[in-house]
Design a binder for this molecule. Structure first.
Ligand code: R5P
Length: 300
């Protein structure tokens, strides 16, 4: 045998216990290897956080401002995202398969902006999700909405299928116009998603009590950016969310509708992955926008 020919002594190092590291994301330690591997392609194992670039808005809004030409507005900045959140139509038609970050596939849909939005169904098969090599499937959950139970069943069905094949499920808390966007509602909605098996949950930031929303959810939470804000305010929002327990952002309009989407996503990364203060991140954004080499962060 070839192994018997070697002069090198075997080194079993029996005195050294084998390493067994806990997985870096909260609530994810008991997941299977494939699922953890996919999560590590969404969340950066170094910071434990993610910058998801969301541009799935067209699935009910059509050609949203900033997304009229995804090849021109989005493709040039995807290298700055940890993960892309999008529909399969845009993935196949517009995203180069050489992109190696995580893919979070919009997996629910149905009604357009012209109809009752909560009336969604599962809109992709598990075979298709596997074929597209996605890391997670995203499903809208309408807690308190007209189709609450149906949307919950969409989530649990995808959790069953995703767990069978090692694909994560992102529960997206959709807040209807009639709901109050406060910590009490967000705690309810995020906790229900986690209890029913979502691997991680997307919600909205609330000024008052967001830390209780994050603490009460036993799996990672990411926040949506929401409607377009001035860049300094959007960076403040991302900063406050991660400092209060969010594991990153799922940001769309505040990036692709920015005066400079490339500078903005890079500034968001500084806040999310490097704990930049908002004013430092805004200076960084302005420097990149002006084409100047970005300054180091201020101290103090
Ligand atoms: C809504 O259409 C999607 O779920 C978006 O992916 C999500 O709302 C994040 O986008 P934005 O930051 O624009 O709210």
């Amino acid at each position: 045998m070839a192994d018997a020919d070697t002069a090198r002594a075997k080194e079993y190092r029996a005195e050294v216990p084998m390493r067994s590291e806990p997985f870096f994301l909260k609530g994810s330690n008991n997941l299977d290897w494939g699922l953890k591997n996919r999560l590590a392609n969404i969340f950066d194992p170094e910071s434990g956080r993610t910058v998801m670039l969301a541009f799935d808005h067209g699935y009910f809004l059509g050609p949203t401002s900033g997304l009229e030409r995804i090849d021109l507005s989005i493709v040039p900045i995807i290298a700055h995202a940890d993960t892309l959140m999008l529909t399969r139509g845009i993935l196949r038609s517009s995203i180069p398969p050489t992109y190696t970050g995580g893919i979070v596939l919009r997996a629910s849909g149905g009604p357009s902006i012209l109809k009752e939005l909560s009336d969604e169904e599962i809109a992709v098969s598990i075979d298709e999700a596997i074929r597209l090599n996605v890391a997670a499937m995203a499903v809208q959950v309408f807690i308190g909405g007209e189709n609450e139970t149906k949307s919950i069943h969409n989530l649990t069905r995808l959790v069953d299928l995703g767990n069978r094949y090692g694909i994560a499920t992102l529960g997206v808390t959709a807040v209807g116009k009639e709901m109050v966007r406060d910590a009490k509602y967000m705690r309810l909605a995020t906790r229900i998603c986690a209890e029913l098996g979502a691997t991680y949950v997307k919600t909205y930031y609330v000024e008052d009590g967001f830390e209780t929303v994050a603490a009460g959810c036993p799996v990672p939470i990411v926040i949506a950016g929401g409607k377009k804000l001035p860049e300094a305010e959007a960076l403040q929002l991302a900063h406050d969310a991660v400092q209060k327990g969010a594991a990153g952002v799922d940001m769309g309009r505040n990036i692709f509708q920015s005066e400079d989407p490339s500078a903005m996503i890079q500034a968001v990364r500084k806040v999310v992955h490097e704990d930049f203060e908002p004013r430092d991140a805004y200076d960084f954004f302005l420097d990149l926008k002006k084409g100047k080499p970005a300054k180091a962060r201020r101290t103090g």
